[in-house]
Design a protein around this ligand. Structure first.
Ligand SMILES: Nc1nc2c(ncn2[C@@H]2O[C@H](COP(=O)(O)OP(=O)(O)OP(=O)(O)O)[C@@H](O)[C@H]2O)c(=O)[nH]1
Ligand SMILES: [Mg+2]
Length: 337
């Protein structure tokens, strides 16, 4: 990129130029932005060969990092990692590549999930298991989730796991996919909803863990042809943002694919968008709301101060984030503005 300015620089500049907040509040907000910028985020993306891990990573994030498979052989035979700023993405094969490989993969995933950072917290913020929506046989996927991942998640097992069914477009062999509008028709929508419901029920029954899978399509690109746009990728992004700690969300947004075509086609997202928007401005306002800290000095009521600073900061966050990922920002603008 020719422009070296980051989303965080833009945020800081906008906050700096706000002339209707006290210097003290301003310094606190700037410190929060610096803190948000420094948050390490670690995502593990896994799933069986060909489910679309690489395609998903490439569609969601800021560069062509992962090689997309073209043949029948697994492209990813070992855990790969991609460092994008403070965001690290681990791309790991799932199960189903033969007994010996499966054991090796399971061992590596288990190790990774047990790893702790220097504060003693789990290193991996979130595991995203990608399910191949075009196949009926989910045996190895369930094995991976139930016997490898969930037992390794410890106390955080209810929070650190996300399941997403990819290739929604070819889930019924491509029938019922409305390729003009790039979305499933009602028959395919029912089919996909049934699929995520059955995954949810099965995992709850077998492990007691409640997951809330979504379906999407990472889209695909064939040599010399235009990219078929993703579907529900913004929903997947919001799911990821919602599942990681609020203070880490800006780092992920900063690394998101800036090609807005990736984010356009999606189910309604309003509820998630509202929630994400709130968490983003809260992470920048952190501490400002706690009356004794700064509110007392200004002399207003705590609610009033948070309300007004929060609202102003929300608008700033909305416009800056909107410059990076339109679907978050446009919506932020809409709600704040
Ligand atoms: N139709 C369709 N094809 C997809 C989609 N996502 C991925 N593909 C195709 O599926 C094939 C495998 O995709 P990859 O992204 O390489 O899958 P992967 O999980 O990284 O595979 P390995 O690294 O080999 O384990 C490629 O031909 C992709 O173009 C999708 O949403 N729809
Ligand atoms: Mg791959």
């Amino acid at each position: 990129m020719a422009d070296e300015r980051t989303m965080f620089d833009n945020l800081a500049e906008e906050i700096n130029s706000m002339d209707d907040i006290s210097e003290e509040v301003k310094q606190k907000l700037l410190a929060n932005i610096m803190k948000a910028k420094d948050q390490p985020v670690n995502l593990l993306i896994t799933g069986p060969t060909g489910c679309g891990k690489s395609s998903t990573i490439n569609a969601m994030f800021n560069m062509e990092v992962a090689k997309v498979g073209v043949g029948v052989d697994p492209e990813t035979t070992d855990i790969q990692d991609y460092q994008l700023g403070n965001l690290k993405i681990y791309d790991s094969p799932g199960l189903g590549d033969g007994k010996e490989r499966d054991i090796a993969h399971a061992k590596k995933i288990t190790e990774l999930l047990h790893r702790r950072d220097s504060d003693g917290n789990a290193l991996i913020d979130l595991v995203l298991v990608i399910v191949d929506g075009s196949t009926r046989d989910l045996g190895t996927t369930y094995e991976l989730i139930e016997n490898v991942i969930i037992p390794s998640l410890g106390e955080e097992r209810h929070k650190r796991l996300l399941i997403a069914v990819n290739q929604a477009d070819v889930a019924m062999k491509g029938k019922h996919w409305d390729s003009v509008n790039c979305r499933p028709d009602s028959v395919l929508t029912d089919f996909l909803n049934d699929k995520v419901r059955s995954i949810r029920e099965r995992i709850l029954a077998n492990t007691g863990v409640h997951v809330d899978p979504i379906f999407y399509s990472a889209g695909y690109k064939e040599e010399g042809q235009a990219q078929t746009p993703p579907y529900n990728l913004s929903k997947l992004m919001l799911y990821i943002l919602r599942a990681i700690p609020p203070k880490k969300r800006l780092v992920v947004i900063e690394q998101s694919n800036q090609n807005q075509d990736m984010w356009r086609k999606s189910d309604e997202l309003e509820d998630y968008q509202r929630e994400i928007k709130k968490s983003l401005s809260e992470s920048v306002c952190e501490g400002v709301a706690k009356g004794s800290d700064i509110g007392g000095n200004i002399g207003g009521t705590i609610g009033g101060i948070f309300g007004s600073v929060g609202e102003k900061v929300g608008r700033v966050v909305g416009s800056v984030v909107g410059g990076v990922v339109g679907f978050v920002g446009g919506l932020l603008g809409g709600i704040f503005g």
